[in-house]
Design a binder for this molecule. Structure first.
Ligand code: RIB
Length: 290
């Protein structure tokens, strides 16, 4: 079963530089060579769903009329993602400014550009209505996330990766089936991760190299351990996790099995630089999945 995944979200050109440390306010730090590569949480997650999991994946996003857009379309298309519903906006393609520290940790600032112009029109809504899973993040306007959720069929699952975290309206909480957050995002949204269950039936809290925890109403928390790897660059690893989680669910796996596959893919992604460029293949993921 291929599983149909709709990823609604951002696409960015990532400008990344390795730095000895993240600069403090007012400080200048000399970094190494600049890397320019395809990124954006939405586009990264779409690439992961298609390339690392083989799901029938459509990306709904917005790009400018510029060379950055070409970079993203080549990467998405190369990974097997459908891009026919991507809109072109009168704004530059989103850009992310990324520092990567020696321990592989990143710090990111995003200039949204075209990402503020993502739309759910009739064509996007019609394709969303065919999806098994709809996956969104928070680098696009909240009303677009809500429109995507509203366009899905009743039995399709709505997953929100609340990154970067921001306050959500009650109407959006009400339509979520699964929330994926890291520990910082969970704390921003609710203080205690368990409190999130008052608002959404299932929560997956990612713990970086330590794996993740699945929280579900009326069930004990389930811990999925991490996989030891050499960390090169954590940029986009959380996106690989989310994309594979959504794809595995669309392919009929249950939440624990999907989270194991997602953890393997996320771990492999940190062993390489970049976001979309670091997404592992289906074979690599299968080879490491217990
Ligand atoms: O999650 C990593 C992504 O965040 C980067 O690719 C960057 O574009 C920002 O969206």
């Amino acid at each position: 079963m291929n599983g149909k995944v709709m990823v609604v979200g951002s696409a960015n050109v990532d400008l990344a530089v390795d730095v000895p440390r993240v600069p403090k306010a007012g400080e200048t730090v000399l970094g190494a060579r600049l890397r320019r590569s395809p990124g954006g949480k939405g586009a990264n997650q779409a690439v992961a769903a298609a390339f690392a999991c083989g799901a029938d994946t459509t990306f709904v996003g917005a790009l400018g009329e510029d060379e950055g857009a070409d970079l993203l379309l080549v990467s998405l298309g190369g990974a097997g993602v459908r891009t026919d519903l991507v809109e072109r906006a009168e704004a530059p393609t989103g850009t992310a400014f990324i520092t990567v520290s020696p321990d592989g940790e990143n710090a990111i600032v995003v200039a949204p550009g075209a990402n503020d112009h993502v739309v759910i029109g009739p064509a996007q809504a019609a394709r969303i209505a065919e999806a098994d899973v709809v996956l969104a993040q928070l680098e696009i306007p909240l009303d677009v996330v809500a429109a995507a959720a509203a366009a899905r069929e009743k039995n399709a699952r709505m997953i929100l990766n609340a990154a970067p975290s921001r306050e959500l309206p009650e109407s959006l909480w009400a339509v979520l089936d699964i929330l994926v957050v890291n520990e910082h995002e969970a704390a921003d949204l609710a203080g205690e991760p368990e409190k999130l269950l008052e608002r959404v039936p299932a929560v997956v809290v990612t713990l970086g190299g330590e794996g993740c925890v699945i929280l579900r109403r009326d069930q004990e928390p389930l811990r999925i351990p991490g996989f030891p790897v050499d960390v090169v660059d954590t940029t986009g690893a959380g996106d690989t996790f989310c994309g594979v989680l959504a794809a595995a669910l669309a392919q009929g796996e249950d939440l624990p099995a999907a989270a194991i596959r997602a953890s393997v893919a996320g771990a492999l992604a940190v062993t390489r630089p970049g976001a979309q460029a670091a997404v592992p293949s289906q074979d690599e993921v299968a080879g490491k999945t217990p």
